[in-house]
Design a protein around this ligand. Structure first.
Ligand code: PLP
Length: 430
């Protein structure tokens, strides 16, 4: 028995709690090699999943196997390996279609991630369709990736950006939203789940109202797809963006979903190989979607890894993952709420498993550093949502963002480390 097997068995034994229930996260953690690696001579308590997730062995093996056995360029070669690599790449597209329940696989465009997916929509659909005075409606809790591309577009077209405010608990002010929606609104771009607060936005209502006003809806799903089942047909959204690396997959790969008739009507984005039908020095004609938006050699190995990552969460079941994380969220909310001087930022009724907080007299960065010494990895700062921090009048928060492999002991470690930090800052008097 090697050390890893021994460790997995120890974890599995420990995962049955005294009340007979099992702490699911401990069992799932055994699938992630990096979590077996001590950091600072301690068990790693990884609570920075909102920034990126760790990868299960099946994802690492899939990418490795691709380079060991299957590597060739796609869509070009007549030879066997090229056709085989093309099949793997297109199987990844079908896997993303199934994850989002899109109607057709050619509604899935591979991108570097969420950021690139949103920029693609801004630079193609936005550039072709917006004119001076048209309005883009954002929310106060957006990630910079869902703000800056629209500002750049507004600067080029004369379009105007409007912002839906939030309540102190971090929920969208839906009355204000309905009031801001108007005849000039062309697009509503909103996070499905806030990365800084955990708020799950009422996206179905947003889509219904936006469509009734004649506007399209882009949803930023970067914090949603790893934590709950998503159905773009049920939501009715027009565009949906996500990143593979926050879904237990590789970095540098993600996807944009777009409704077929919209993608068909959109002008091309980057020019180059693979996106053309014919090229002459006078003029070129373009390929159909989705190839039209995938110029150049894509991240083929990344697609293979993403395929494996989605297969992994599907095998566990997104509903089971969500239930587990909600249990941790409830436990964590209670644990942190009991700490004097700690204030949770983001207490929406409908939340994903993100615990953002500030502590009187301790800068979030100092807190993050002290927690790191205790083996607890969190994020501290503005979380790429500076306007949101301004809304709360704070420079940033400490953020614990949970993933499927987290367990109750991770929350206990977080709470203990926070108490220790408070003691330290109070002069270690206790
Ligand atoms: C991480 C994140 C992004 C950006 O994702 P990238 O992978 O960096 O492109 C956008 N929006 C939200 C809500 C995020 O959490």
């Amino acid at each position: 028995m090697n050390a890893n097997t021994q460790r997995s068995e120890n974890l599995a034994a420990a995962s049955v709690l005294s009340d007979g229930t099992s702490d699911q996260g401990l069992q799932w953690a055994a699938d992630f090699p990096i979590l077996q690696r001590p950091i600072r001579k301690r068990r790693l308590v990884y609570l920075d999943n909102g920034a990126t997730t760790q990868k299960p062995r099946s994802v690492i093996d899939a990418e490795s196997r691709y380079y060991l056995e299957d590597n060739a360029n796609i869509h070009r070669g007549v030879h066997w390996l090229s056709q085989h690599a093309t099949d793997l790449y297109e199987a990844g597209r079908e896997r993303v279609r199934a994850l989002l329940n899109a109607a057709r696989s050619d509604e899935i465009i591979f991108t570097r991630g969420t950021t690139e997916a949103i920029n693609l929509v801004a630079q193609t659909w936005g550039q072709a369709n917006l004119k001076a005075g048209d309005e883009i409606l954002l929310t106060a809790l957006e990630h910079h990736s869902n703000i800056v591309p629209w500002q750049m577009l507004a600067a080029r077209t004369g379009a105007v950006i409007k912002v839906v405010p939030i309540s102190d608990s971090g929920e969208l002010d839906m009355d204000a939203f309905h009031g801001l929606l108007g005849a000039r609104t062309r697009l509503v771009a909103a996070a499905h789940v806030s990365n800084a607060l955990g708020t799950v936005n009422p996206v179905a209502e947003i889509v219904r109202a936006a469509h009734a006003a004649g506007a399209l809806v882009l949803l930023d799903g970067a914090q949603a797809v790893a934590h709950q089942a998503v159905d773009v047909q049920a939501l009715g959204c027009d565009f949906y963006a996500f990143s593979g690396h926050k879904l237990y997959g590789p970095t540098g790969i993600g996807a944009l979903y777009g409704r077929h008739e919209l993608l068909q009507a959109m002008p091309p984005w980057q020019g180059g190989g693979d996106m053309i039908r014919t090229v002459s020095f006078e003029a070129s004609t373009y390929a159909d979607v989705p190839q039209r938006f995938e110029a150049g050699t894509p991240n083929i190995a990344g697609v293979v890894g993403l395929d494996a990552a989605i297969a992994y969460v599907q095998q566990l079941g997104l509903d089971a993952i969500e239930a587990h994380e909600q249990e941790l969220l409830a436990y964590g909310t209670q644990a942190l709420s009991g700490i004097e001087g700690l204030r949770l930022i983001g207490t929406a009724r409908h939340k994903a498993a993100i615990l953002s907080f500030v502590i009187d007299g301790i800068h979030p960065h100092d807190l993050g550093t002290i927690l790191d010494m205790e083996g607890v990895a969190i994020r501290a700062g503005h979380h790429c949502a500076m306007p949101l921090m301004t809304r709360y009048g704070i420079p940033g928060t400490a953020r614990a963002s949970l993933g499927l492999y987290n367990c109750l002991a991770d929350i206990d470690a977080l709470a203990a480390a926070v108490r220790k930090a408070i003691d330290l800052f109070n002069g270690g008097s206790k």
